[in-house]
Design a protein around this ligand. Structure first.
Ligand SMILES: [Mn+2]
Length: 368
């Protein structure tokens, strides 16, 4: 099963043309909303596990802000909740567990946690026992509803409209409530726009980037940023640095963004007449491969983008194209020490260093 890099922006861009009206009846229904609301309202010490991306953190913030009780834990590195996380359950001793935007839970975790578990997600779906699973794909495998959209249904707090919008846009989903957002925040999005414009050219897109970049870096810094984020009332506090909390977040974002912009500049220099834009960098702490690939495929829509980061003896890569690139990747992986996959236009792959040259040769051959 492929998973490794799928969570960080490697979303189903192929779904972007689906009509918005068809989304609406795929969201949580009234009964599901009522169940989740009741469970959250009666929770005394909920523990939230959430995915390490913009959709995951906004889902957490939306639900946490309903009662401001309990704790949040980011599920990093592997997009699955397994027995390694049971010590967090022991440490916090929650009465209920909520799992948000995490693609996979292992049965070992569920059985070991011995607490009611409520799982809201839009990957998979998978068949597991003893977990209350809220996933639109259980009834419609083609549904694409970011978890933050569902969390916003549950929270119902209009003050947090902006968090819901950021989570949805991060997952490349135009919120069905975008008109309400435009009316409330014309300075962030002055008019209806497509996803590319909203995410890459409008101030609301800058917020999407800020929130996702705040999740990068040393764990204690990330935790601190999320704590501060949970107290932000309006998004302008961050963009205009109008409160001390907003200023703190913006400053930290700027430091991280500097690293990103430097890499982006270097990557752009690698664009030649070749169909493949290949850029790789050595960096253990900062993973920007998905962010770089997502941005570059919009700058160079006719190219195949391959961004690689060397970590240990592996090359961790994000691959993007406006056309189908998954088939080429699958063929290029034959005989290679590595794995990968994903969606038609957005894939992740991990290649052992000794196979790297051969993999590149194969891939170039396949995309010719
Ligand atoms: Mn998501």
């Amino acid at each position: 099963m492929f998973r490794p890099l799928l969570c960080n922006g490697e979303v189903l861009r192929t779904f972007k043309n689906t009509k918005r009206t068809t989304y609406l009846n795929k969201m949580l229904n009234e009964k599901e909303i009522a169940v989740l609301r009741e469970e959250l309202e009666t929770a005394k010490n909920p523990l939230f596990f959430y995915d390490d991306d913009g959709d995951g953190v906004c889902s957490f913030l939306l639900l946490y802000r309903m009662k401001r009780e309990g704790k949040g834990v980011i599920v990093k590195s592997a997009p699955k909740l397994d027995a390694r996380f049971l010590h967090k359950v022991e440490e916090y001793n929650p009465d209920k567990i909520f799992v948000l935007d995490v693609p996979m839970i292992e049965q070992d975790f569920i059985d070991g946690a011995k607490r009611p578990i409520f799982w809201i997600d839009h990957h998979g779906p998978y068949a597991l026992e003893r977990v209350k699973y809220f996933n639109p794909r259980l009834t419609d495998p083609s549904a694409y509803i970011p978890t933050s959209r569902m969390a916003y249904q549950v929270s119902g707090n209009k003050n947090d409209l902006w968090l819901a919008a950021i989570g949805c846009l991060y997952d490349w989903y135009m919120p069905d409530f975008i008109d309400e957002f435009i009316e409330k925040y014309p300075d962030l999005l002055p008019h209806r726009a497509d996803l590319e414009e909203a995410v890459y050219k409008q101030p609301v897109g800058k917020l999407v980037r800020i929130i996702s970049f705040l999740l990068k870096g040393p764990t204690h810094e990330v935790k601190n940023s999320i704590k501060v984020l949970s107290r932000i009332k309006e998004p302008q506090e961050i963009l205009q640095q109008s409160t001390s909390q907003g200023k703190f977040l913006y400053k930290r974002f700027e430091k991280i963004n500097e690293k990103y912009e430097e890499l982006l500049g270097q990557a752009k220099k690698r664009a030649t007449r070749s169909k493949l834009l290949l850029f790789y960098y050595l960096e253990n702490k900062w993973s920007f491969t998905a962010d770089l690939a997502n941005e570059l495929v919009n700058v160079y829509p006719n190219k195949v983008i391959l961004i690689a980061r060397k970590k240990g003896d592996e090359m961790k890569c994000s691959l993007r194209s406006k056309n189908n690139v998954r088939t080429a990747l699958e063929k290029a992986l034959v005989g290679i020490q590595g794995y990968g996959g994903g969606h038609e236009n957005a894939c992740g792959t991990v290649i052992k260093e000794e196979s790297w040259d051969q993999f590149l040769k194969n891939l170039k051959e396949e995309i010719k």
